[in-house]
Design a protein around this ligand. Structure first.
Ligand code: SF4
Length: 522
């Protein structure tokens, strides 16, 4: 094993935690370092399965034992045993055999780790996050050869038609190559200098996907961003983070310094924190925040940021999710999985009426029903909201997670699946979302500002006996068609879809009772 990394043949203890469990993770790390042992003990990032944290991975001679929620006493014993030359396996959740030099997490064949396909999460929870030795253990930096291979990679992207991931991506659900081409065209026509923005300020506490990537494998995201910047001729690379996500920020800063050191400082990489407000994740409000504006308002479009973005420069905005897909595509020589119309995988954070949120990686041809195997829900879920706070409500999870299927089912593509148990009141669920939209919108356009106000008020009126389904649907249609940005276009969706599936529950409230005894006690 090299001095500064974790990949290699020797024995090693890895302590895996996310920012959410960092305090406990640090305690376990310190306890592991208490015995005077000669073996390395390293902190690695999260795996996505938060209920296992702090997760200890004890590795020796091509075998790894998994110890979830490890106590301080247990970790000390593990270190002593490993230091004595044997891999302790008693009480382990799983023991896996693997190539001693593997650079990817050797996952068990059963349980949550076996669900989906860990393609962009392949190293999460295994490599030391900003360690370049670990990062290049099985492949070189993308950015190192990007300029020479630009034509080849553009043609691969054209053939594969990879789509952007996440509501804050400048190419959300559209082919990323189109956004790159626009930036290049504007660069040549106006002789202006493009900029690349990594939009990592998702600002939805339920959406863990981007944070997971930055906490566990920030070099993959930044390496892809730098490769893209070199291909499109950008002169700056900005990473837009959430002000509350300290671990992600620290790891990005560390990875940026390492990357610059290894592949050159021709394009400066700068990390900037934005407000922890949902609207701040919208791509044009992200630009406003990066320009230092405190009052965030969405920008009219056209022009789109690819034409006129940060300080008027052509700006390519990708989320960490998109960049991780780009890295995976190029690192695998253009090979991909999933459906042809929306290739690759999608990260899905499962939340709601479950014990602990977790994030899975699913090929786009799998259905959402996989998430039910990953959680301990008391019985069958009554419904799910798919796509984040402004996702769509559905009774069925038998929907493939590619963009076309999700859109056809009027569900969101933003990667959060919120499960609701049988006792949930759907009017109360979507009423809270309408109030959230009323408070959080930026106020720039009337269909959203006035629409969310009117919607919240009409939903409140139901409790007074006034339920006018036709009028509500008319308002929802106006918000969807006429709002300037995605916020207002999507804010209507929870109510629209819940009314399609649960209109009888809405009527019951107008008649004076809540079928679930949640918001009106009978
Ligand atoms: S849709 Fe809402 S968030 Fe977007 S510009 Fe209009 S008011 Fe602002």
């Amino acid at each position: 094993m090299a001095e500064d990394g974790s990949i290699g043949e020797g024995p090693i203890i890895r302590v895996s935690t996310s920012g959410k469990n960092r305090i406990r993770g640090r305690e376990v790390l310190h306890a592991a370092r208490e015995p005077t042992a000669s073996i390395p003990i390293v902190e690695v990032g999260p795996t996505g399965i938060r209920e296992l944290e702090p997760l200890i991975l004890a590795t020796y001679q091509g075998e790894t034992a998994f110890y979830p929620q490890c106590s301080l006493m247990r970790v000390r014993d593990l270190v002593v045993a490993l230091d004595d030359g044997s891999l302790p396996t008693k009480g382990a959740m799983a023991v896996t055999e693997h190539d001693p030099d593997t650079a990817t997490l050797p996952t068990p064949d059963e349980g949550t780790f076996a669900l989906g396909h860990r393609r962009v999460l392949d190293r999460s929870g295994w490599v030391v996050p900003a360690n370049t030795h670990d990062y290049v253990a099985s492949e070189d930096f993308l950015a190192a050869t990007a300029a020479d291979r630009a034509d080849e990679w553009l043609s691969t992207l054209q053939d594969v038609s990879l789509r952007g991931r996440g509501r804050g991506d400048g190419a959300c659900d559209t082919p990323v190559v189109d956004a790159w081409s626009t930036v290049q065209t504007v660069r040549d026509e106006r002789e202006s200098e493009p900029v690349v923005v990594v939009n990592a300020n998702e600002a939805d506490p339920n959406a863990e996907m981007d944070r997971l990537l930055l906490e566990s494998n920030p070099l993959a995201v930044l390496d892809a961003a730098l490769a893209v910047a070199r291909i499109i001729g950008a002169t700056n690379l900005l990473v837009y983070l959430n002000e509350n996500e300290d671990l992600a920020r620290d790891r990005v800063n560390e990875a940026a310094a390492e990357l610059t050191n290894k592949v050159g400082a021709d394009i400066p990489i700068e990390a900037i924190a934005g407000p922890n407000e949902y609207k701040a994740g919208e791509m044009t409000m992200a630009i406003e925040a990066l320009e230092g504006n405190h009052r965030l308002e969405a920008r009219l479009r056209p022009p789109f940021p690819t034409e006129e973005g940060l300080y008027g420069r052509p700006t390519l905005i990708h989320t960490p999710r998109t960049l991780a897909q780009i890295r995976s595509l190029f690192a695998n020589g253009g090979d991909t999985i999933g459906t042809g119309s929306d290739p690759g995988t999608r990260l899905v954070t499962v939340v709601g009426d479950i014990e602990t949120p977790l994030t899975l990686e699913l090929p786009t041809d799998e259905t959402l029903s996989v998430v039910k195997q990953a959680v301990d829900l008391d019985g069958r879920p009554k419904a799910a909201c798919v796509g984040g706070v402004f996702g769509g409500v559905t009774r069925s999870l038998d929907v493939p997670i590619h963009m076309n299927a999700l859109t056809a089912a009027n569900l969101g593509t933003n990667g959060v699946v919120e499960l609701f148990g049988q006792n949930r009141c759907m009017l109360s669920v979507v009423g809270n979302r309408a109030s959230f939209a009323e408070k959080e919108n930026c106020g720039r356009c009337f269909p959203c500002r006035g629409g969310t106000q009117q919607l919240a008020s009409m939903l409140r009126d139901i409790y007074d006996g006034a339920f006018d389904a036709e009028k509500i649907r008319e308002l929802l249609g106006t918000m969807r068609r006429s709002s300037i940005c995605q916020f207002g276009q999507d804010a209507q969706r929870p109510v629209a879809t819940a009314m399609n599936e649960f209109e009888s529950e809405f009527r019951a409230h107008a008649e004076g009772y809540c079928p679930n005894d949640v918001c009106i006690q009978t």
